[in-house]
Design a protein around this ligand. Structure first.
Ligand code: PY5
Length: 325
């Protein structure tokens, strides 16, 4: 039997041991509450409010290395969403947009990354009270960056429409990228993986397609691209927005409308999009092959164009890309 319990805390109490943990093998510094701290020292207390109640908002941002420079993709838009998420949840952030942008660039730069990275800013309710009233605890903010490769299989994933539904907007503020909401994603993904699939698709409370556990979803039928609307309990993804622009440039029509489960089965192509997932083809849903069973032409064109944009190769999208060095 696997002993999944954590080793006694004592075993990890010296910094040398901690900094050797995989998280810190290639990250030297993490920004915490206004200053850069050594990765091995970026710890929080067990009484942190966010650990108990999920009272945090976060972002996932990618940086792309082209051999000469590192480009952070849509940094400003991600930070605007984080500020909006904090507003929705009622967390007082304490930092403005420009401060968060500058802190991110500084954090990435000081780590001297020369490879693709993933940046994780998080604002969370700190320690000081076990009351559910978050105004009683200080908000803390950290920004970490790690080297990062593919999140999902780039050649295509097999997905399951799981039994857990995406939390409705009348129970949770789904427009906010808030930590507590991710328990919904975690149990959904866990159901998909334990059934032998790569990723979960969640239906919304009405039974229409919402999204993946960490991605928005698009289908292609008879040359038209469809994606669920924001009122289908989805996170309003930044990659989803990028795909709207790409589709327009490539001459495809995109419609935001409700999608039924059966429409997935008969779609010509399906792809999932997100910062981590980028543009990932879906090749199977509930054991049924999608299209030819390999990435379709529309998906491939969108994916290729996306890769060019993030590497700063398309001049009209320069304002989306922040060079680090
Ligand atoms: N929907 C959900 C539930 C998400 O978690 C994400 C992003 C998206 C959609 C896509 O949003 P965006 O395009 O703005 O990234 N998920 C995070 C990511 O970094 C976390 C994944 C583990 O992609």
């Amino acid at each position: 039997m696997n002993d999944y319990r954590r080793k006694p805390y004592k075993a990890l109490s010296n910094t040398t041991t901690r900094s050797k943990m995989s998280m810190c093998s290639r990250t030297k510094y993490i920004w915490m509450d206004g200053e850069l701290v050594e990765c091995g020292k970026a710890y929080i207390h067990v009484m942190t409010h966010a650990l108990h109640y999920g009272t945090a908002v976060f972002e996932g941002i990618r940086g792309y290395w082209d051999g000469n420079n590192l480009y952070i993709f849509r940094l400003r838009d991600h930070m605007i969403r984080m500020i909006n998420s904090a507003k929705i949840v009622g967390l007082r952030l304490g930092y403005g947009l420009e401060e968060l942008i500058d802190a991110t660039v500084k954090t990435v730069r000081v780590n001297e990354f020369q490879e693709n990275i993933y940046i994780r800013p998080i604002a969370f309710a700190g320690e000081g009270s076990i009351s559910l009233d978050i105004s009683k605890v200080p908000t803390r903010v950290s920004i970490a960056a790690i080297p990062f490769g593919h999140y999902l299989k780039p050649k295509g994933v097999k997905v399951k429409v799981v039994s857990w539904r995406r939390v409705p907007g009348f129970s949770m503020p789904v427009m906010a990228k808030a930590s507590g909401i991710y328990l919904n994603s975690v149990i959904a993904l866990s159901e998909a993986i334990s059934s032998g699939y790569d990723e979960a698709v969640l239906l919304d409370w009405r039974g229409y397609i919402a999204e993946g556990s960490g991605e928005n979803l698009f289908i292609v039928r008879r040359g038209v691209i469809y994606t669920p609307p924001v009122y289908a309990s989805i996170l309003e993804g930044i990659t989803r927005d990028t795909v709207f622009r790409i589709a327009e440039d490539l001459g495809y029509k995109v419609e935001e409308r409700d999608i039924t489960r059966e429409e997935l089965y008969v779609a010509d192509e399906i792809f999932m999009v997100g910062t981590a997932a980028e543009v990932t083809p879906v090749i199977e849903v509930d054991g049924k092959t999608i299209g030819s069973g390999s990435p379709g032409p529309v998906t491939q064109k969108i994916s290729n164009y996306y890769k060019e944009i993030v590497l700063n190769k398309i001049p009209k999208y320069r304002e989306w890309v922040t060079p680090v060095y």
